[in-house]
Ligand binder design. Structure first.
Ligand code: OAA
Ligand code: MG
Length: 227
């Protein structure tokens, strides 16, 4: 027997706010957090193409290469949760595969995010549940523990707490701190409108590019100077 430290569930985000998150690219959301808040190096598994997903984090910290507490978290999760597994970024052993993803989908989880390796990627990519991971390895996990469920973890260099809002799409994963979610989503909607205006300017051939050269001191090199 080993230990699984178990924290209380995090708060549940407002469902309307999650809907608004699903309308915003992760790039826009991280732009709305001073270009921080991204889970770096964790992406949809190869071949996986899913609609953008958003939900509250259910956090798991596991011993790298071991998935006993990940199995336990799948049984404790509630529908709509995004399981965020801090496996220490280790790639030498998968901590999750197709069977677990199928079970997670059957239990109504929204997505799986693994700062570590997964396996069975063809099966994962063919499944309904979005799976994001740092890497892939056929070598399977031990099931010994220990670990922790619901405590603060790190994923891709970002702190994730239970109930933080996790958003994942083709670009990767962003974590919006729960107390900032309303503010960040509103800022993201403003940025999205601004990008729509830029796209219209590009289509009309009138995008104002003056800020680019104005931000540079150009130092001529050689005889022919490109202007
Ligand atoms: O062995 C495991 O626990 C991981 C795995 O391959 C699966 O979930 O299919
Ligand atoms: Mg498997």
């Amino acid at each position: 027997m080993s230990t699984c430290r178990l924290h209380p569930r995090g708060p549940s985000p407002d469902p309307a706010l999650l809907d608004r998150c699903r309308a915003l690219p992760t790039s826009t959301l991280s732009d709305s957090m001073e270009r921080t808040g991204g889970v770096c190096g964790v992406h949809p598994v190869p071949g996986g193409r899913w609609p953008r997903v958003a939900g509250p984090a259910l956090t798991v910290r596991t011993r790298p290469g071991d998935n006993l507490v990940v199995h336990r978290a799948l049984d404790l999760a509630q529908p709509g949760d995004v399981l965020v597994v801090d496996a220490g970024g280790a790639l030498d052993r998968a901590v999750l595969g197709e069977l677990m993803a199928r079970w997670a989908a059957a239990r109504g989880l929204a997505a799986l995010v693994v700062d570590g390796a997964v396996r069975d990627v063809e099966g994962l990519a063919a499944g309904a549940l979005p799976v994001f991971a740092r890497g892939v390895n056929h070598l399977g996990p031990y099931k010994v523990g220990p670990g922790e469920i619901g405590g603060p973890v790190q994923a891709g260099g970002t702190v994730v707490r239970a109930g933080d809002v996790v958003v994942g799409d083709a670009d990767g994963v962003v974590v919006v701190p729960r107390e900032r979610a309303a503010e960040v989503v509103a800022a993201g909607e403003g940025l999205a409108r601004a990008e729509e205006a830029v796209l219209a300017d590009i289509a009309a051939g009138v995008w104002d590019r003056s800020w680019v050269a104005a931000a540079l001191t150009e130092v001529p090199v050689g005889e022919e100077v490109r202007r």
